[in-house]
Design a protein around this ligand. Structure first.
Ligand code: ATP
Length: 451
């Protein structure tokens, strides 16, 4: 898009952190801070969660894009600032492969289509490199360049208000000297904030254990994150949280978290590392294996392929319900696929599940006496039944089948908040009105030693 001497650029990046430190969202705040005097932000930074089933993610497979309008003559300068920030901030280890892409003007259909595939499939680095060559004004990577995948996906996943669901997350950061120590937050204030603002905020508290979920555990600079429906909601929630250490800054991100966007684009093909959505018939009763995980053998209804379906710890009540399924029941399984070499079979790890058909459950029992209505007893192998009460015998009588009531209902079940993946839509978001627009509020980010 060309506006006189102005132009729009999209900056996408990923894979800048490791489990030992760093955070791609923190790099986003550093970039925003460093370019803010030279550009006009056209949107919140987008925090896009991609396919959660790829094995090389650090945590939640998140990537970032920033959309800005700049003076054409500043392109080279801005590019230089951003590249410097990426080089300064990435946290290198053998699993860190940073990628930065900048696109000017239109976002091509190819990039948009790529982004939707990155939500559900395993994408090759080569494909990302080729797209970056074709469509980017600039791209830069280190290591094997895998970060280019997330960088392109964050730009191409437009989260257009009329077409896609989206939410917001305010991430608050720690100051340098506190990183690595226990996070000092007043948990009571988090509970009160949640009670006051629900359902406009979500996934702050685990509903099964009452545990506060907003603080990560690692050495990264994130202090806490609050998820909500609008930028105003997350900012209000932020103002209600009491902390006992300084906050080094915050930033509001627009995101696909809590939207089920990956299930919208998933199919029922069982492919390693892909997202699965499909109807499955239960073939055998679920069993609990070591570690408390629940498994059952199932059949994908559209193609008859046999798969294992798994519900993992710590999805407590979720697993208990899965355990009640019996052969011929049918579910819509939503989850991630892994190929198990030792069994030469795929397994689907459930993220949520809709129970759509419950088969009849019978119990075999001895027949009632046709004369006195008392329960009869077997008269021996192939000798039919006799009545102990009135003495009636019939060698042709057989067991009868009694239909038992099932202790399970047709419904949607979702693991508790603490076991949910970032993309999963929690129950709290189910009956909300669809958003078709959002406002860019004034104070959506701040970086300082004391906010
Ligand atoms: P964090 O949440 O802490 O930012 P992360 O969980 O996002 O970390 P990364 O360290 O960014 O994990 O690693 C994920 C890597 O996987 C990135 O290089 C990203 O580009 C790549 N990736 C993202 N989506 C896909 C996909 N669909 N197929 C293959 N690779 C992908």
């Amino acid at each position: 898009m060309e506006l006189d001497n102005k132009t729009v650029i999209y900056i996408g990046f990923d894979d800048t952190d490791s489990l030992r430190g760093g955070c791609t969202t923190y790099l986003a705040l550093a970039i925003i801070d460093s370019i803010s005097n030279h550009c006009n932000f056209l949107d919140y930074p987008k925090l896009i969660r991609n396919n959660p089933n790829i094995p090389w993610k650090t945590r939640g497979n998140g990537s970032i894009s920033i959309t800005v309008e700049i003076d054409r003559e500043n392109i080279a300068y801005i590019k230089q600032i951003i590249q410097k920030q990426v080089e300064q901030h990435y946290h290198m280890d053998e699993n860190t492969n940073p990628g930065l892409v900048i696109i000017e003007g239109e976002i091509s259909k190819e990039i948009q289509e790529f982004a939707l595939r990155a939500l559900v499939k395993n994408i090759s680095i080569l494909e990302a490199k080729e797209l970056a060559e074709r469509f980017c004004l600039f791209h830069f990577s280190k290591g094997n360049g895998r970060g280019l995948i997330g960088g392109l996906a964050a730009i191409g996943n437009l989260l257009e208000p009329e077409k896609e669901d989206f939410t917001f997350e305010l991430l608050a950061y720690r100051t340098e000297e506190f990183i690595g120590s226990k996070r000092r937050i007043n948990e009571k204030s988090v509970h009160e904030m949640d009670q006051q603002l629900a359902p406009k905020v979500f996934n702050n508290i685990d509903s099964e254990t009452n545990k506060v979920l907003i603080c990560p555990a690692g050495k990264d600079p994130v202090f806490f994150g609050i998820r909500g429906e609008t930028p105003q909601d997350v900012l209000e929630a932020f103002s209600l949280i009491e902390v006992e250490e300084p906050i080094g800054g915050y930033c509001v991100f627009r995101t696909n978290q809590g939207t089920d966007q990956h299930f919208k684009y998933a199919d029922s093909k069982a492919e390693n590392y892909s997202v699965f959505k499909g109807e499955v018939e239960v073939l055998e009763r679920p069993i609990t294996i070591t570690g408390g995980h629940v498994f059952f053998k199932g059949k994908i209804c559209v193609n008859g392929e046999e798969v294992d379906i798994a519900a993992f710890e710590p999805s407590k009540n979720f697993k208990k319900t899965i355990k009640k399924l019996i052969p011929q029941d049918r579910i819509i399984a939503y989850g991630g696929v892994k190929y198990k070499e030792e069994f030469k079979k795929h397994s689907v790890h459930l993220e949520k599940c809709e129970i759509v058909f419950l088969s009849e459950y019978y119990k075999e029992e001895a027949p009632l006496c046709p004369k006195c209505s008392k329960r009869m007893t077997s008269d021996g192998y192939l000798k039919g039944y006799k009545c102990r009460s009135c003495g009636y015998k019939d060698k042709n009588m057989v067991k009868t089948l009694k239909i038992l009531e099932r202790d399970i209902k047709k419904k949607l079940i979702i693991p508790p908040e603490q076991a949910q993946r970032h993309l999963v839509k929690p129950f709290r978001r189910y009956n909300l009105q669809k958003k078709t627009s959002y406002e860019i509020i004034e104070k959506w980010w701040k970086r300082s030693s004391q906010v």
